[in-house]
Design a protein. Structure first.
Length: 126
């Protein structure tokens, strides 16, 4: 039976997790990164956006170690943030909200699939 990307991510994450409180050891850091991306988008042209962006770039390097994957990774996390936000706004329509949250999770899973080597950048265009 073929494993899904989500199953492979979970298996790899559990195998490398040494200290459950260490944010850099698992996917928890990316939730913080997604919050920083949201703040950057809201603050857009302000000095705060610049400061938050600098922190985000520094922390992103802990997760995304391959320069070739950096832009695609940032795009995938950004898409996940936007889809979650859209899902919250669509919450009165439970079906639409669920579809948006599901799409946000798919983007998030693709981020991890890309950075764990389970998918290639070229696979993202398909």
């Amino acid at each position: 039976m073929k494993k899904s990307v989500k199953d492979m991510i979970a298996q790899a994450d559990n195998a490398k997790k040494v200290n459950p409180r260490d944010l850099s050891s698992d996917q928890d850091l990316t939730i913080g990164l997604m919050n920083l991306i949201a703040i950057e988008n809201i603050a857009s042209d302000s000095q705060i956006a610049q400061m938050v962006g600098d922190v985000r770039k520094k922390l992103m390097r802990r997760v995304v170690t391959d320069d070739a994957k950096y832009d695609a990774s940032l795009d995938l996390l950004g898409k996940s943030v936007m889809l979650m936000s859209d899902g919250m706004r669509a919450f009165p329509d439970n079906r639409k909200a669920y579809e948006l949250f599901d799409a946000a999770y798919e983007a998030y899973a693709m981020f991890w699939g890309l950075n764990m080597g389970f998918i290639k950048i070229s696979d993202l265009d398909k």
